[in-house]
Design a protein around this ligand. Sequence first.
Ligand code: COI
Length: 358
Amino acid sequence: MKTIIEPNIINLVKKLELNSDIGFGKFMMPIMLTCEYKDGAWGDLHLGPYRKFEIDPSSKVLHYGQEIFEGLKAYKNEKDELFLFRPEKNAQRFNRSADRMAMPNFPEEKFVEGVALMAAYSRQIIPRRLGESLYLRPFMFANEVGLGIAVSNNYLFTIIASPSGAYFSSDSIKVFVERTSSRAAAGGTGFAKTGGNYAAGLLSSIKCKEAGCNQVLWLDAAEKKYIEEMSGMNFFAIINGELHTPQLTNTILEGVTRDSILELARSLGYKTVEEKLPINELLKLVKEKKCTEAFVCGTASVIVPIGSFHEENGTVYKLADDEGKISLILKDKLLRIQAGLEISPVPTWIHKIPKIDF
Ligand code: COI
């Protein structure tokens, strides 16, 4: 697998400018990395201009949804240093998703090389403010022509990138408790980062919005009793000063941010608990002010405090620390570690990206 870099991309990235309100995932870098899989083998990595795909209308991904993706960020600080945070974790999760979706694995070191290249060539435009970064979106889809339901023989791996700010426009969010519909069932694809899991949540996102909320809280599909995750994030609650998060199952996406928060919190002296978390028990603890705080976490969202839980019947449970106390301490620490401004509890979390002069 060779790496081919088109020289004309330098002109595309050199003079780019961002407007002040960058939002999340709105502005795309004018470059992208691609790699094709054909006849049982990956071709070369190719870094070139951002362009539209030409896909045959019978391409399998359009009909049967054989698709996976990842999300990670490159962080730049005031000293113009650029870092990736645990990219090998994303590469490994990508391949776990690939296994579940009957897709070929993508070599881990090439995944990391690809995201590092995209970040290096985007350096000039990556914002330096804490909380802003370059959001990188690697993805892969089945691209064989034909309507038979079968594992595809051809795939396209791609990385695009978007300089981004906060995922939510508010400092805390309202969470809608989904007690009817399900996101993932045991034995399904819940642990894989595949588009269908997100599509399955969209109908509930309409109900959620109508209730004035920002995110859906999913419960286990079998009993509708235990908290699993949000639509694109993991869940934490602070109960009697301890950090609680649902234990991982094959219906929950294993978040890199989730894992980092557990490790970081322990290094700061907090007790962490990974156990089944029954929703009714949690809401009772919120009412009794034993659960004072809760937050969502993910690569895109980082850490965002939950202000209140909302039932479909209109009942609202407000958190005592609805603006987050411990959540914001953890958020600040994590952001500073990711931007290379503070020592990481695990030194290998941080990958410095060398400067390319052009
Ligand atoms: C991420 O946090 O990177 C995600 O993938 C969540 C979402 C934007 C889909």
